[in-house]
Design a protein around this ligand. Sequence first.
Ligand code: SF4
Length: 214
Amino acid sequence: MNVYKRMSEDSSILMISHTEKNTELLGPYRRFVIWVYGCCFDCEGCLAENTKNGTYTEKNIYELAEEILCSGTEGITISGGEPFLQAESLFRLIEYIKTVKNIGVIIYSGFTLEELSEDESCKKLLSVTDILIDGRYIKELDDGRAYIGSSNQRLHYLSDRYRSIGEEYYSSYKRRAEIKINLNEIVLIGVPSKNVLDVWKKLKEKSGGNISDF
Ligand code: SF4
């Protein structure tokens, strides 16, 4: 890939902002969600600033695979940040998990499918992906869809795995988000409605920085 700057040369490592083991807010069924660290875009109104300017951990993909397998979830959702900057690591992670369990894979990317299709590493990751939601977030085109940020972003079924359930699931305009209080941080998960977003922004202003939006 010549136009995209990769995050790491070591494909056994993933740079991660956050994971959630068991949520229904970012895809059908219960999912393990990975928010990767780092993004090459600068969308106005980005709801994941923390994945660009916050802290991150470097995780061994085999350790992460065991966590995912032990979680018992139907599949994984990968968001960010920009997942395809770490395409090799994510491909290896999914490939390894699939030797044990046939999990479903949903990925949110700021790149379009056409852009990703120009790159060999990205094509490998696409080959193990069931749904791709693609394109930059454009604030002016935010039409309130439940699981997709703006109307320019497209949902691609790259396999039939979620096709029947996805038609209804992704047509919803009922946004759902969850504020989760952990030991050392408060985390926002999902695509929030405007009201939830306003509350969240106020919480962020009042917090000492221990608050994360994904
Ligand atoms: S692609 Fe996603 S994470 Fe990156 S700047 Fe745009 S909205 Fe934020």
